[in-house]
Design a protein around this ligand. Structure first.
Ligand SMILES: [Zn+2]
Length: 644
């Protein structure tokens, strides 16, 4: 059945793709979850917004020519920007950080005037550019790029043997930290980018797309030419300059190329054997590798990793699990040691992040939530469903729930870490709510194919899933994306009568997620709402809730105001950060047991080294080190979340 369904989907796709001819800019969506923040500083709005001098043009192509001097730690180059005007106008907006100098902007032979404002610059043309016409501007620049951000932006470093190792990684900071461009997620150059990178002889420059050749410039430099033939987001464009050894392989007609330090060549050949089966899984579930003309590459770098399109940056030490998270089993359930997290995660981004791209950083869960969910799909395909359930549920321990995933758009700001794990748990919750795997996986596949090479917003994700899953799942998406706290199933037991009342507690009024509950051997599917209590049979002892298939909280005493009841031995206060930082023992039965676990009896701050983490494992549990505290009541602020 599935191939037939998919063909139908693909048929629809081409029709709709034709109707929005060529646009990598997303269509205007009527319903906005969040409007742009109007109180953000001007610079932030310039960088994050879709102002008139960005919206008046559509990128077609970049040609970036850059010379890198490791001795001076400087760069010098030009970027030729080709674009189509979408409205008549004589000004466009581009970006380059103020630390780098602009030597001039030309259109043909004519020098254009420009005006800098922070990291933005506006270029003016003497003649009005016409709607529908294609123009090319070339920006010349130079300077000493500064190291900035988590992975350095532009870094002149040395490899372990002391040779130059120069890399860029600027997802958060923006491509403007090292080259002039239209630094906006919404608009990608539809025809890609040509990269010409001149580096001292003996070094190799590896970049995105396919290697077209290298040329001796006879001045001590060699120029490496790379070509990207697909749309690409700016932060994906990367330089990797070092003493690289290369080996290659094929998966069908897809070329696989690996660039690693010579000392690591043998280790890399062993570790990257994981790439083929991984790509096969991803192609099965999410469609053909999206950049087949440009090939698939992995390039060794000195930082953890990044999804640079067709040049995945890899720094996991040829080690399974996640080296930079200092963990042999970083998700803690025995599955991470089986595969290389950086290889599996960053390569997944070729589908979500690189092919399907968020139009605004505020919607970045489309990159990270989907890619983190891809890890779970990989685990299921490789090791089976039971391990997938374990793996995806391990994400709960990494959710903060301190800030909603969706924050205001238009201010160049991405969500916090919850976009990864809570985003993936939302998708897992949705899969189980749909309860039809054929439909679920066909929808995922169709989604990746439909929005291939496009930039989209969350509304389009929700619209597509609603249409193809055949129901209105908007309240489910909203509950996990728009609010801080996850939905809680409130249960009120009447053990005398053998009944339990239930309803949802969440600010999303129409939240309608079905939930499996009752007898764990034969779940009953309940359909709670946020309004009326409904009743089913069950006692506190026997009534269970399937919290593995849905990311929900359960509150078994929603009406009780008192903490003090037998069996509840520990009160915990959580800070606004969602981490517990104070705790107190009331007088009751299990006090000694908990005292022994904590080694204290009174309110006091927990030292950082012994800080307890608040785990959300369907029900709430407290852990100290490796041991789960037996019974507790957990509070966040003055709200009790869970007792057991
Ligand atoms: Zn990622």
């Amino acid at each position: 059945m599935r191939p037939v369904l998919l063909l139908c989907c693909l048929g629809l796709v081409s029709a709709s793709a034709l109707s929005q001819a060529g646009a990598t800019r997303p269509p205007v969506v009527a319903e906005k979850i969040f409007a742009a923040a109007t109180d953000a500083p001007e610079g932030q709005r310039l960088l994050g917004g879709d102002g008139p001098y960005r919206a008046n043009n559509d990128l077609l192509h970049y040609s970036l020519d850059v010379r890198v001097d490791p001795v001076e730690r400087s760069i010098r180059g030009t970027n030729a920007i080709r674009f189509r005007m979408l409205a008549d106008g004589s000004r466009i907006q581009l970006e380059l950080v103020p630390e780098l100098s602009i030597d001039g902007v030309r259109m043909g032979r004519r020098a254009l005037t420009f005006e800098r404002e922070g990291a933005t610059f506006f270029v003016d043309t003497p003649k009005r550019m016409k709607r529908g016409k294609v123009y090319k501007m070339t920006v010349a620049y130079h300077g000493m790029p500064k190291e900035v951000g988590r992975f350095g932006g532009f870094v002149f470093s040395k490899d372990p043997v002391g040779r130059p190792w120069i890399v860029t990684s600027c997802e958060d900071e923006g491509a403007r930290v090292w080259w002039p461009n239209k630094d906006q997620w919404r608009d990608e150059p539809q025809e890609g980018i040509d990269l010409h990178i001149a580096v001292p002889d003996g070094l190799t420059a590896v970049s995105n797309g396919r290697l077209r050749g290298s040329r001796d410039l006879h001045d001590g430099y060699t120029r490496w030419d790379w070509k990207v033939t697909y749309p690409i987001n700016n932060y994906d464009i990367a330089l990797n300059i070092g003493t690289y050894s290369h080996f290659g392989d094929h998966l069908g007609k897809l070329s696989l190329d690996y660039y690693v330090l010579p000392e690591d060549l043998e280790k890399a050949k062993v570790q990257f054997a994981q790439a083929k089966p991984m790509l096969q899984v991803y192609q099965k579930y999410f469609g053909e590798y999206p950049f087949i003309r440009d090939g698939y590459k992995v390039v060794q770098v000195p930082y953890a990793g990044m999804e640079h399109q067709t040049a995945v940056a890899y720094g996991n030490g040829f080690h399974n699990s996640y080296l930079h998270n200092n963990h042999d089993d970083w998700t803690g359930v025995g599955i991470s040691p089986r595969f290389d997290f950086i290889l599996i995660h960053e390569s997944g981004h070729e589908w979500f992040g690189n092919s399907v791209t968020a139009a605004d950083p505020a919607d970045m869960w489309i990159h990270e939530g989907f890619t983190t969910y891809m890890e779970a799909v990989y685990v299921e395909a490789m090791y089976g469903h039971a391990d997938e359930v374990k793996y995806v549920n391990s994400f709960k321990t990494m959710v903060y729930n301190k800030r909603a995933i969706l924050q205001p758009r238009g201010i160049n700001q991405a969500p916090d870490r919850d976009q990864y794990f809570k985003g993936a748990l939302l998708l897992n919750t949705l899969r189980n709510a749909v309860n039809d795997d054929a439909k679920w996986f066909a929808t995922l596949h169709g989604f990746a194919e439909t929005y291939k090479y496009k930039t989209i917003l969350t509304e389009e994700v929700i619209g597509y899933f609603n249409e193809h899953l055949g129901g209105d799942y908007t309240p489910v998406f909203n509950a996990y994306l728009k609010y801080v706290h996850i939905p809680v199933l409130e249960l009120s037991f009447n053990d005398g009568a053998g009944t339990v009342e239930y309803r949802w507690k969440t600010p999303e009024a129409d939240f309608n997620l079905p939930v499996r509950a009752g007898d764990a051997a034969h779940w009953t599917v309940l359909h709670p709402t946020t309004t009326a209590w409904q009743t089913t049979s069950g006692t506190r002892e026997s009534f269970k809730v399937d919290t593995e298939s849905a990311y929900i909280g359960v509150d078994e005493d929603p009406d009780r105001s008192s903490l003090e009841r037998p069996g509840y031995t520990l009160s915990c206060m959580t800070s606004s950060m969602g981490r517990m930082d104070r705790y107190r023992m009331p007088q009751s039965g299990r006090r000694r047991q908990v005292e022994e676990a904590l080694g204290t009896t009174s309110w006091r701050p927990i030292r950082r080294a012994r800080r307890m983490r608040l785990f959300e494992m369907g029900c709430w549990r407290l852990r100290l080190g490796g041991s789960t505290l037996p019974e507790a009541t957990v509070w966040r602020g003055s709200t009790r979340l869970r007792g057991w």
